[in-house]
Design a protein. Structure first.
Length: 299
């Protein structure tokens, strides 16, 4: 069972073994929401199922973005978080997994072509649904192709409906009220995964307010990836997070970003480094700054 990363050779061995397996392509582009599906249609790992961030891995609700537009709520159940990419309810997510044929006895492998920025979302959500056997393909589609792995642009056959059963949550979802209640407490350390200029409040291309949650530390998610496109070695990640935390308790870490997506590579990197599981503030900055009464820090 793979629970953090899986290499290309390991995935190929798993495929050859005939073990129950489903591969998901999570490629996406925030600036061009249809680009990920187009990239998948042009080239994907044979048999991979496409997981769309907007329609499959998010609820159809949302806090105002830069344009002030709010996605209207529907009858699909209350989302589990707010922000621009709110989590669907666990039940709604289980229904989607069942619709694509994913079952509880399967190993899930998730990948993208975006430095693990988007596939981490599905990795985290499956754990949140109680499923341990999920791993990120280290290096993504680029590593697969570099190793000579086949890609295809064919339309994949539809899978039979399964009955994915939710289990006990194996990932910690943190809500706004919890983050707010513990601002300034020694037991909570917020790590912001956005790029440094957004964290400092110098620019804000997506959300209506610039800045960061008071006291948050900054570690852009891209810092987890080495020059070869793969996650840095565990020992190096451990050293870097120890330096960032500077003595703060790792057990109190809460990860956030703009809308709860690019925070996950930091969370995954801490797991790779050997830290105990940490929390995800899925609503993140887009939910936080939607209420003008919440404190904001700049610089």
């Amino acid at each position: 069972m793979y629970t953090t990363l899986i290499s290309v050779p390991q995935l190929q061995s798993l495929q050859a073994s005939g073990a129950p397996l489903m591969v998901f392509d999570c490629s996406f582009d925030l600036a061009q929401p249809h680009a990920g599906a187009q990239q998948y249609a042009a080239a994907h790992i044979p048999g991979a199922v496409y997981a769309n961030l907007d329609t499959d891995l998010s609820a159809p609700h949302g806090a105002p973005g830069k344009s002030g537009t709010v996605i209207a709520a529907t009858d699909q159940g209350l989302p589990a978080s707010g922000g621009r990419h709110p989590l669907p309810s666990r039940q709604r997510f289980a229904e989607w997994l069942s619709s694509v044929g994913f079952a509880n006895d399967m190993q899930a492998v998730v990948y993208d072509r975006n430095g693990a920025n988007y596939c981490g979302r599905l990795w985290w959500m499956l754990q949140w649904a109680g499923h341990d056997a999920v791993a990120v393909l280290d290096g993504g589609l680029q590593a697969w192709q570099a190793a000579g792995g086949e890609v295809t642009g064919r339309e994949e056959p539809t899978h039979f409906q399964s009955n994915f059963v939710l289990g006990a949550e194996r990932a910690q979802l943190v809500v706004t009220d919890t983050v707010l209640a513990h601002l300034g407490d020694a037991g909570q350390t917020v790590i912001d995964a956005r790029a440094a200029p957004r964290y400092r409040g110098e620019v804000e291309p997506l959300d209506p307010v610039a800045g960061h949650i008071p006291g948050a530390l900054n570690r852009p998610f891209s810092q987890n990836i080495g020059a070869d496109g793969r996650f840095k070695p565990a020992a190096q990640l451990r050293e870097e997070f120890d330096a960032l935390l500077a003595g703060r308790d790792p057990a109190g870490v809460v990860h956030q970003c703009g809308s709860g997506v690019s925070a996950v590579p930091n969370l995954l990197a801490m797991r790779i480094a050997g830290f105990a599981p940490t929390g995800l503030y899925a609503g993140s900055w887009s939910e936080w700054c939607s209420n003008p009464a919440r404190p904001v820090e700049r610089g």
